[in-house]
Ligand binder design. Structure first.
Ligand SMILES: NC(=O)c1ccc[n+]([C@@H]2O[C@H](COP(=O)([O-])OP(=O)(O)OC[C@H]3O[C@@H](n4cnc5c(N)ncnc54)[C@H](OP(=O)(O)O)[C@@H]3O)[C@@H](O)[C@H]2O)c1
Length: 322
């Protein structure tokens, strides 16, 4: 079968499509004929070799989410799954391929009418947004700021917070045009990446900050939390925060702020699958809008990564196999 493999960690030129052996199906796994494959920021981080120290090895097939049709099942799985249209999490690799395997607990049957492209656009990202808002004890009426809102997680967070009755949904983004697109999805205030150029620049306005960016500017954003505000670090697309970021937190001691990280790994698989199904259904009702930046053939995975590296993506890039 055709799959994209990483031959050299670093820039996207080190990955290319080639013929590889079919994946082996373990007893608790399903074999999926992939139709759409989500290209995530994590894939780019792994490809650059900045995590795992290249531990994924030469020949690693990147990618973690696919949608397609079940072709076969392992010995422990009901063969009624064969032929079903599903979304699946494949782990930290294995998705950029014509066929992929996933464990049953990581597979969700898709509702009628949901395309494979839409499924991989929100299948991972929207649950992260949902549970991160929950982790930040978001309630209707809360004022929310989402840093790094133009990615697939941020876009889902904007829509979910707006629909759930946030009294303000502020976002950071890198251009007015991207800000306008975020407004159409529910953002009420648009800030630049530093958060300093808009009317909303006084301290202490937000009850919840969802931060997908992290990086050196994170401490500045702690000041924007209201008393009892909750800061939830979801991603680090701008790098790790400075090691002394806690100093800013102590400087605001009298506001009783909370700082936390959030990882989907701490959500139980049944809860995750239940919410994922609900979010897929929400797409069908028109309540959640998968935002696809571009659709490229599998063979052009390296081009997809170049677009990510150039910081141009708004939403999700998707690879297709047909
Ligand atoms: N917590 C979890 O369970 C979980 C699960 C999956 C992924 N993640 C993490 O989530 C992140 C990827 O999320 P994603 O795919 O939604 O994000 P993304 O598309 O990679 O990036 C989101 C946005 O961040 C902005 N951005 C980029 N560099 C920035 C910088 N230096 N400073 C401020 N903003 C910057 C960009 O928008 P603008 O150009 O408009 O500013 C970009 O569109 C990764 O860090 C990944 O590890 C976390």
């Amino acid at each position: 079968m055709r799959a994209v493999t990483i031959q050299t960690y670093g820039d996207p030129d080190g990955m290319s499509a080639r013929d590889v052996p079919e994946p082996r199906v373990e007893p608790d796994q399903l074999l999926i004929g992939t139709e759409a494959i989500g290209v995530g920021g994590v894939d780019a981080v792994i490809r650059r070799g900045t995590v795992g120290g290249g531990a994924f090895g030469v020949g690693h097939v990147p990618g973690s989410e696919v949608a397609g049709t079940v072709l076969a099942v392992g010995d422990d799985i009901d063969d009624g799954w064969v032929g079903r249209h599903v979304w699946a999490f494949t782990g930290l690799g294995g998705a950029y391929a014509e066929r992929a395997v996933a464990r049953l607990e990581d597979v969700v049957a898709l509702p009628d009418g949901l395309s494979s492209v839409d499924a991989v656009t929100i299948g991972s990202a929207a649950p992260v947004a949902h549970f991160a808002l929950e982790h930040g004890r978001f309630v209707a009426g809360a004022r929310v700021l989402i840093r790094g809102a133009a990615g697939s997680i941020g876009i889902a967070a904007v829509e979910l917070a707006a629909r759930a009755g946030a009294s303000a949904v502020a976002v950071t983004t890198s251009s007015p045009a991207r800000g306008e697109r975020l407004r159409t999805l529910g953002a009420t205030e648009v800030l630049d990446r530093s958060g300093k150029d808009a009317a909303l620049r006084t301290d202490g306005q937000f009850d919840v900050i969802l931060d997908i960016a992290g990086g050196p500017e994170l401490p500045d954003f702690l000041e924007r939390l209201a008393p009892n505000g909750r800061f939830v670090l979801v991603g680090v697309v701008a790098g790790y925060p400075p090691p002394d970021f806690g100093t800013s937190l102590f400087g605001l001691f009298q506001r009783s702020l909370s700082f936390s990280t959030f990882s989907l790994d701490t959500v139980s698989r049944p809860d995750l699958s239940r919410v994922r199904r609900e979010l897929f259904d929400a797409v069908g009702r028109g309540e959640l809008h998968p935002v696809v930046h571009d659709i490229l053939p599998l063979e052009r995975a390296a081009d997809a990564h170049r677009v990510i590296d150039q910081g141009e993506v708004f939403g999700r890039i998707v690879l297709t196999t047909s």
